[in-house]
Design a protein around this ligand. Structure first.
Ligand code: AMP
Ligand code: ZN
Length: 489
């Protein structure tokens, strides 16, 4: 039962039995964030989907090596190679060193991942830390005849590749079709063919992020880092490669081509793509101006939000959708998730205190089988959560004396809850997921009292309130529109 996992493989377009290349080991590579800005909720959803997959594989007893990279160079602002490096551009805008940008947003990313209770990857390699490996890979691709040099740049030769392999095997895109949708070469590009992509770009003199190479000073193309780092840590072929759906093309297609050019086959046996978080139907993204940062959602400090939600509620909200379905974000959906989460955790809380009987009216083994069946069906967390609500009904009915449970069944139910709520879904118990706006209400009251004191020129009271709030790490700021407050870490 536990070992009949099926997962949807983008390569075949269907669900397949999961058979690791070298069981019990599983190599899992997920494209990580480009650390040029704060990770938004959409990014969070993708990494959370892979956290569920990672957790379930571990739960099944596989020895997973989870590699998730940090893109700290090479990600260009447009899909074509003519844009600017995102990190370099942000460094210019914020007047910081590129590595300051990288550090700042990597720390922010880790904090958010920890708040959402994601297990950290086993290896988190950076693109800048793997220049030698990337240059070596370019050399191999050149030797094999699938790349060419043009004025200090190295491009992957899609036409040469197409003669032997299928460029488009992963995304199902056809190069000829793409041609009509792509900007034609305007004569300034050094590429031979419009679909060729950069493996190495020559750095202009003002470009800060650059490294020496056999082709002069430059920097690697974005697709290359994942090919070389996944090969380094997981081997030429590993089990699962994942990322958001929007990375299928050109990023993942190009990864497949680079790896195939070197070794004759693609990097991964299974490709897993997670669906997008949308806001009122459109993909949440910074460029559309509809992105919400996780911290804004936790505090409620965003014009699109009615109030804040605990990270565990956000996690539960996201797990209520299957990873291959889109998930639409709204205040109402979060409020509903909060109620559901509280109901689930309330059941979990009283489980230990349930009275036991000599006989059972509950079918714990049947419920357990359903939980595994849900997760074995391509990690179907919404169905699993539905089953866990059946467990809650069982618990509540037993607590109310309408059902009976034996000590043995109770112990299995406790184990089931530990395994699925805690270990697989990664939901931590919190005393109270929502204060129902109580803190906001209390702060309004306190600031109101303070405003009255100030109006009466009672500075002693006003300052005492402010200072005592500081002791509680709450900082009050007086402005034209009145006082505002925030919690300092
Ligand atoms: P980036 O930092 O832009 O490279 O993105 C990091 C990851 O987040 C990638 O796997 C993207 O596919 C994913 N991603 C970006 N936007 C969304 C979204 N709205 N919903 C889900 N995943 C997203
Ligand atoms: Zn990648």
């Amino acid at each position: 039962m536990e070992n009949s996992l099926q997962l949807y493989n983008t390569l075949s377009g269907k669900k397949e039995p999961f058979e690791p290349i070298k069981p019990p080991f599983v190599g899992l590579y997920v494209c990580g964030p480009t650390v040029y800005s704060n990770a938004h909720l959409g990014n969070g959803r993708t990494f959370l989907s892979f956290d569920l997959i990672n957790r379930y594989l571990r739960h099944l007893g596989y020895r997973v090596r989870y590699v998730r990279n940090i893109t700290d160079v090479g990600h260009i602002t447009t899909d074509v190679d003519e844009g600017v490096d995102r990190i370099g551009e942000q460094a210019r805008l914020e007047q910081l060193e590129p590595m300051e940008i990288v550090q700042k947003y990597t720390l922010d990313f880790h904090e958010i991942m920890a708040n959402l209770n994601l297990l950290p990857p086993d290896i988190e390699p950076t693109a800048t830390g793997h220049m030698i490996e990337q240059i070596e890979m370019i050399k191999t691709i050149l030797e094999k005849g699938f790349a060419y040099e043009s004025d200090g740049n190295i491009y992957f030769d899609v036409q040469a590749y197409k003669e032997k392999y299928n460029y488009g095997e992963l995304s199902g895109r056809n190069v000829e079709e793409l041609f009509s949708n792509t900007r034609t070469l305007d004569g300034q590009s050094e590429k031979r063919f419009f679909a060729d992509f950069a493996l190495w770009k020559k750095a202009s003199p003002e470009h800060i992020m650059r490294w020496p190479s056999p082709w002069g000073l430059g920097f690697p193309g974005w697709h290359l880092e994942c090919s070389s780092m996944s090969t380094k840590y997981l081997g030429e072929q590993f089990d699962i490669h994942g990322g958001g759906m929007d990375l299928k093309f050109p990023h993942h297609e190009s990864e497949v081509a680079q790896n195939t050019a070197c070794s004759g086959h693609g990097p991964a046996k299974y490709w897993v793509h997670t669906n997008m978080l949308t806001f009122e139907g459109s993909k949440m993204s910074k460029s559309l101006g509809n992105s919400i940062l996780p911290n804004e959602l936790f505090t409620g400090d965003h014009p699109l939000l009615k109030r804040g939600f605990h990270p565990m509620v956000v996690r539960f909200f996201m797990l209520q959708a299957h990873y291959r379905s889109t998930l639409d974000f709204s205040n109402d959906a979060l409020e509903a998730a909060e109620k559901g989460y509280q109901r689930l955790m309330a059941g979990v809380k009283i489980l230990g205190a349930l009275p036991v009987s000599d006989s059972s009216d509950v079918d714990v083994a049947g419920l357990k089988a359903k939980c595994y069946a849900a997760m074995n069906d391509d990690f179907n967390s919404p169905v699993l959560i539905g089953n866990l609500f059946d467990a809650v009904k069982m618990i509540n009915s037993t607590a109310e004396g309408r059902l009976k449970i034996t000590a043995v069944d109770k112990a299995s139910l406790q184990e089931l809850v530990r395994a699925f709520v805690d270990e697989v879904l990664g939901l931590k118990g919190i005393e109270d997921t929502s204060d129902g706006g109580m803190i906001e209400g209390l702060m309004d009251l306190i600031l109101d009292v303070r405003a009255r004191a100030r109006a009466n020129k009672d500075w002693g009271t006003s300052d005492a309130i402010r200072d005592q709030l500081v002791d509680l790490k709450i900082v009050v700021k007086d402005g034209k529109e009145g006082a505002t407050w925030e919690v300092k870490a």
